[in-house]
Design a protein around this ligand. Structure first.
Ligand code: SAM
Ligand code: SF4
Length: 475
């Protein structure tokens, strides 16, 4: 997404590595989190100014419980005042688990002979997409191992299939991908297929730790991974997602790494990350890790709040790796997207719920197995507004998170109306009566928050058209 002038002056060059571990440790080791400093930093973020590395170091070093509570409260306020109560819903779809790499933490690693290394064929892929559409999903992230079979053309074909399949009123309207880094030509190919966000996680930003976990294969090259998004942006993609796998190294370093990556993208491409992901290590087939750096729930909550404050314009994704109770709590600290109805065993969306789950068919174990409707139900209970909106990128408004954040009135003009309209579709096509009742109620309340009478009347009239059977109407 294109940025306004909040750039930090740094010497970074496009396509060149930018992480200096010593620099990051110096910040962490030489900042003292006094109450005044912490409060100043929180209010800087609340005035919508992005934090620099030194300020983030102050927050990650904060251990005083009262100040941590203030950091979390700050993140909560930022989320509420800037983004409101919407949560965007999506589902991951694993297309292929073959992998030539050997990441010690991952069930797909090539050395894991217990794992089923498999690729969905076209027919299986279509069945998965149909099953997802039958649940009401509109946004997918396709996930692949790193393997010679998964060429840019292969990835593009699966993206195109996802856009093409129609089951009843179902339709996938945005396809993001999480795939191994490509070269510039490869990125151009997947761009042409119409992907939304290209997401790749650095896993750990610490170069020596990285070596320890990535034993062989292309992914063992830290710098090639680090510059993946540079190549994506050089190829003309403009929605990119960053992430770190928490549990591989000191979480404070990883938070700093994510912010340093953000600085690099801003400095070199005038673009910030569309999304930030913070997966935490989960159990996996043949998991081979010690727990030295595992992140407990308190630190995990704290680091999410810090990331929210550090990069206030980025979307933040919390996945079904985390259990429902914790997700419900953490969502308030700045999360904008969650997956729902998630199944990550290859081919499992099309299977019945009674079929047993086999950990050898999965990359790792998820901890939230609620159905999409159960998640929607619980969000509605919390007066949150589930959204399947895909309007911005289809209307050419890329960088929507940045617009939501920086353009006054943008949320009331576009985000709330489109959330309402996509929920109206969900109610008509998929919601059981008890969810529908709750959802119309929350919709009405959200409609009432739009002060512009003309927009309000327009949305009400579109809702009537949806009730009469029209679909895919958006502002
Ligand atoms: N093969 C591609 C790659 O490595 O970039 C796709 C990524 S993988 C299918 C998606 C992400 O899952 C990885 O980037 C990693 O962060 C995460 N992951 C791998 N093993 C995990 C585990 N045991 N627990 C939680 N997350 C894990
Ligand atoms: Fe392969 Fe990705 Fe798993 Fe590594 S994390 S083994 S690259 S699927």
């Amino acid at each position: 997404m294109k940025l306004s002038p909040q750039k930090y002056k740094i010497e970074d060059k496009p396509m060149l590595p930018f992480i200096d571990a010593e620099e990051i440790w110096n910040y962490i080791n030489n900042t003292i989190p006094t109450a005044n400093k912490v409060r100043e930093i929180i209010s800087k973020s609340l005035s919508k100014v992005r934090l620099n590395l030194e300020e983030v170091a102050v927050l990650v070093n904060t251990e005083n419980p009262e100040l941590i509570a203030e950091i979390k409260e700050g993140a909560k306020t930022l989320k509420k005042t800037i983004y409101g109560n919407r949560i965007v819903l999506f589902a991951p779809l694993y297309v292929g688990s073959k992998c030539a790499n050997n990441c010690t933490y991952c069930g797909f690693k090539s050395s894991n002979k217990e794992a089923l290394h498999k690729t969905l064929n076209e027919e299986e892929l279509v069945r998965e997409i149909e099953a997802l559409e039958e649940n009401g999903q509109k946004r997918l992230i396709l996930v692949y191992g790193e393997h010679a079979e998964y060429t840019p053309e292969f990835i593009s074909n699966s993206v195109k299939t996802a856009y093409k399949v129609r089951k009843g009123n179902g339709q996938i309207r945005r396809v993001n991908i999480n795939a191994a880094p490509l070269d510039i030509e490869g990125f151009k190919t997947v761009k042409e297929a119409g992907i939304g966000t290209y997401q790749v996680f650095q896993e750990t930003y610490h170069p020596d730790a990285y070596k320890k976990y990535h034993l062989s294969g292309k992914k063992a090259d830290y710098n090639y991974r680090l510059t993946s998004l540079d190549r994506a942006l050089e190829a003309g993609l403009d929605d990119v997602g960053i992430g770190a796998l928490f549990g591989l190294y000191d979480w404070r370093f990883e938070v700093m790494g994510l912010v340093r990556h953000t600085n690099h993208l801003e400095a070199c491409y005038d673009i910030g990350p569309h999304t930030i992901s913070f997966p935490r290590i989960q159990n996996a087939s043949q998991l081979n890790l010690n727990d030295e750096f595992f992140v407990n729930d308190d630190d995990f909550t704290k680091l999410i709040a810090i990331l929210r404050l550090a990069v206030p314009y980025a979307g933040m994704i919390l996945s079904a790796r985390e259990p429902a109770l914790l997700r419900n709590e953490i969502i308030q600290f700045g999360v904008s997207q969650i997956d729902g109805g998630t199944k990550i065993e290859l081919g499992s969306y099309a299977k019945s719920n009674e079929d047993s789950i086999d950990i050898n068919n999965m990359q790792f174990k998820i901890n939230d197995d609620r159905s999409l409707n159960e998640i929607i139900d619980e969000l509605l209970e919390q007066e949150m507004m589930p959204s399947f909106c895909t309007s911005c990128y289809r209307k050419g408004r890329t960088g929507e998170h940045f617009m939501e954040f920086s353009v006054p009135g943008f949320i009331k003009r576009f985000c709330t109306p489109n959330a309402i309209l996509t929920m109206a579709e969900y109610i008509m096509d998929y919601a059981p009566p008890h969810t529908a009742l709750k959802a119309w109620n929350v919709l009405e309340k959200n409609l009432a928050t739009i002060d512009d009478e003309k927009t309000k009347r327009l949305i009400s009239s579109i809702i009537e058209r949806i009730k009469a059977g029209e679909r895919d109407l958006y502002l």
